[in-house]
Write a protein that binds this ligand. Structure first.
Ligand code: LLP
Length: 417
């Protein structure tokens, strides 16, 4: 479900015609629907209403302050993986006691920042990290709230780059290591063991791998309980997929129901870390056709956005639907939709059937709200593009386009040159 629709053959975001925004901001730009973001968050939250829970939106999927503030206003917390994401979360006004800190490579300065900020918990991924958190907490004379991330060795059946719960992945602790780490942590005065967590991958389109992981975690909790260790928070991570093309992932309500059934009676506060399912289909990338070109046996549509703006097609071979912003009853072509970057890997779609287009036409790259802007870069010294949010019949620039000056801010030429 989303709020991008056609009216008289013109694409609207909620009540605003997309060409009107393009006119004002220039292209390319990311465009988010406030109504879709809000709806997705509320639907997800509702799926868990039978049990105490906290929805910690995964900041890596979309880290714009306005987006984070919106979820905060709806009662959400955050899943962060860096000091930078913590800074954003706090700037957006998210209460630190609703923030969980995941990631295999937390640095000392990031741990100290999080301890001083008073986050809800660290999802710890190794014994060495646990020791470092213990030392940092002792120095600050604090008790660090921790949860251990276990790797349940479940195959999520997703792209290998985004599966994280197999024992061959770098994430989490094996069950045996986790038991050992819980015992060790239990005896440390500056660690407060409050949770257990797992995250098995992203863009999952079946519910079963989540349930397998949950069963593993439940078994582990039983083992821990038997040796006198108990936890309050059960963090099941994120990972629920969306429809980019033909996928039919479970609805959040089905996902929630299956999890609550598998969980059974429990006294836990459940934490979920959804990213993509909340923001993915709430955003599009609007780009303009620069040129069309025919090489031998191949059509190219060259647009003004590129792999530096949306890297998912180049990096994962990911599919994003491409729609014309103005529908016109012309014919169709089959073409590669490519950007201006000097690499053959710079494409947004390959061999794609799209309506015939002319230079100047606008195209919408759909489902670009998750891992779109957040993975963008300045490659080829291309300024990063604006992010715009529509609410009703108004639109707001929630991040301005970078300037050429922004590109060199922070650089300096040493005197010897
Ligand atoms: N929690 C943890 C610990 C994670 O590592 C992730 C994603 C999430 C939550 C959120 O997962 P989601 O609900 O969005 O699936 N760049 C890739 C996706 C990488 C996901 C990494 N971890 C992409 O564009 O598909």
């Amino acid at each position: 479900m989303h709020h991008f629709h056609y009216h008289n053959n013109c694409m609207y975001c909620e009540d605003v015609p997309v060409p009107e925004i393009a006119q004002k901001t220039g292209t390319p730009f990311y465009l988010y629907s406030h109504a879709t973001l809000r709806h997705h968050f509320l639907v997800f939250q509702k799926a868990f209403e039978g049990i105490p829970h906290l929805i910690c939106f995964s900041v890596k999927a979309n880290s714009n302050l306005a987006v984070l503030r919106l979820f905060g206003n709806l009662g959400g917390g955050l899943d962060i993986v860096s000091g930078g994401e913590l800074f954003r979360g706090l700037k957006a006004g998210i209460p630190p006691e609703k923030i969980v800190f995941s990631g295999v490579g937390k640095r000392r300065d990031e741990i100290v920042y999080a301890l001083k900020s008073g986050i809800l918990m660290f999802n710890v991924e190794s014994h060495q990290e646990l020791e470092l958190i213990d030392r940092c907490a002792a120095r600050l004379n604090k008790k660090a709230p921790i949860s251990l991330r276990v790797n349940p060795d479940v195959d999520p059946g997703t792209h290998p780059y985004i599966s994280t719960g197999l024992k061959t992945n770098k994430f989490g602790l094996s069950e045996a290591e986790a038991i050992e780490a819980y015992r060790w942590a239990g005896g440390r005065p500056h660690l407060n063991v409050i949770g257990i967590s797992c995250h098995i991958g992203s863009q999952l389109t079946e519910v079963d791998p989540f349930l397998d992981a949950l069963r593993h975690v439940k078994d582990l909790i039983a083992v821990l309980n038997a040796s006198g260790i108990s936890v309050t928070y059960l963090d099941l991570g994120g990972g629920l997929g969306i429809t980019y093309d033909q996928e039919s992932p479970p609805l959040p309500s089905e996902y929630g129901k299956a999890i609550l059934e598998t969980l059974g009676d429990s006294a836990f506060t459940l934490i979920l870390e959804p990213g993509r399912v909340i923001v993915g289909n709430a955003g599009i990338l609007v780009t303009r056709v620069l040129y069309t070109k025919k090489s031998e046996g191949k059509d190219f549509v060259i647009v003004d956005s590129a792999m530096n703006d949306l890297v998912r097609p180049s990096l994962y071979g990911a599919y994003h639907a491409i729609e014309p912003v103005i529908k016109d009853p012309s014919g169709t072509i089959r073409a590669d939709i490519v950007g201006p970057i000097c690499e053959s890997g710079d494409f947004l779609a390959r061999d794609r059937k799209i309506p015939e287009v002319q230079p100047g036409d606008l195209l919408a790259i759909m489902s670009a709200g998750a891992y779109g802007f957040t993975m963008s870069s300045n490659y080829n010294s291309r300024p990063r593009i604006p992010e715009v949010m529509v609410k009703g019949n108004q639109f707001y620039i929630i991040r301005r386009r970078e300037s050429h000056q922004d590109l060199i801010a922070g650089e300096s030429i040493p005197d010897f040159l």
